[in-house]
Design a protein around this ligand. Structure first.
Ligand code: SF4
Length: 226
């Protein structure tokens, strides 16, 4: 995405509840509020990506601190080594926005760009942020697969595709890990359990499951391309 878009996202204040939350969120881990990004977190990645990975929202003490999606908390600590093994990420460990990581064939963002209280965006906040998601998707000319992590991101993608006339009834697209739905515009929407620390600790998702899904996603992207 170009600089103007990144600035527009980072300066957005459309959701008063989230703006308030970021203004008052106490720092953790011996850090101060000055160490935190504390603004909307734009997506990042390969402008020629065929795969778009979309999460729910920045973690309050992860991406909201570092300013880069999935960076600085358990969800990213689980995910980036697997993205590296699958060939999407240039290094297995990430720490901050300037750590040299780059993505190949992959773009990463969130359905909601501001960290929400209790990690739970409201329906109105999903809706307010959906135009940014649409712009990010629309800016990737080779895009083939949207990989949505968790029900919230998956449903927000579905609502966007419904607005765009690609989906008639949300009920025809049930969420399930590995569920893949080809759309009429050539995109495939794929669902995954979220890589949150909770899901990893409870065994809902593990490294083998996520790596398998990344392999499948890459196959779908290549197949659709051919
Ligand atoms: S969640 Fe999205 S729409 Fe709402 S304030 Fe943040 S960037 Fe703006």
């Amino acid at each position: 995405m170009d600089e103007a878009f990144v600035e527009r996202v980072a300066n957005c204040r459309r959701c008063p509840r989230l703006v308030d939350y970021l203004r008052t969120l106490p720092a953790k881990g011996g850090r101060t509020r000055q160490d935190y990004w504390n603004r909307p977190v734009p997506g990042f990645g390969d402008p020629q990506a065929r795969v778009f990975l979309v999460g729910l929202a920045p973690g309050a003490h992860g991406a909201n601190r570092t300013g880069r999606p999935f960076t600085g908390d358990g969800a990213g600590d689980f995910m980036y080594p697997l993205l590296y093994r699958a060939g999407f990420a240039s290094c297995p460990e990430v720490s901050h926005a300037g750590d040299g990581l780059y993505l190949t064939d992959l773009y990463i963002s969130n359905a909601v760009k501001c960290a929400p209280p209790e990690n739970k965006p409201l329906p109105a906040e999903f809706a307010q942020c959906r135009p940014f998601l649409a712009a990010e998707l629309g800016a990737l000319p080779r895009l083939k697969v949207v990989l949505a992590l968790g029900q919230g991101a998956f449903t927000s993608c579905l609502r966007l595709f419904k607005e765009e006339g690609l989906v008639a009834r949300l009920a025809d697209y049930p969420f399930g890990h590995g569920a893949a739905y080809p759309l009429t515009n050539g995109l495939t929407l794929v669902a995954s359990y979220h890589s949150s620390r909770y899901n990893v600790q409870t065994g809902r998702i593990n490294a083998a499951m996520f790596l398998d899904l990344l392999t499948r996603v890459r196959e779908i992207a290549a197949r659709e391309n051919g």
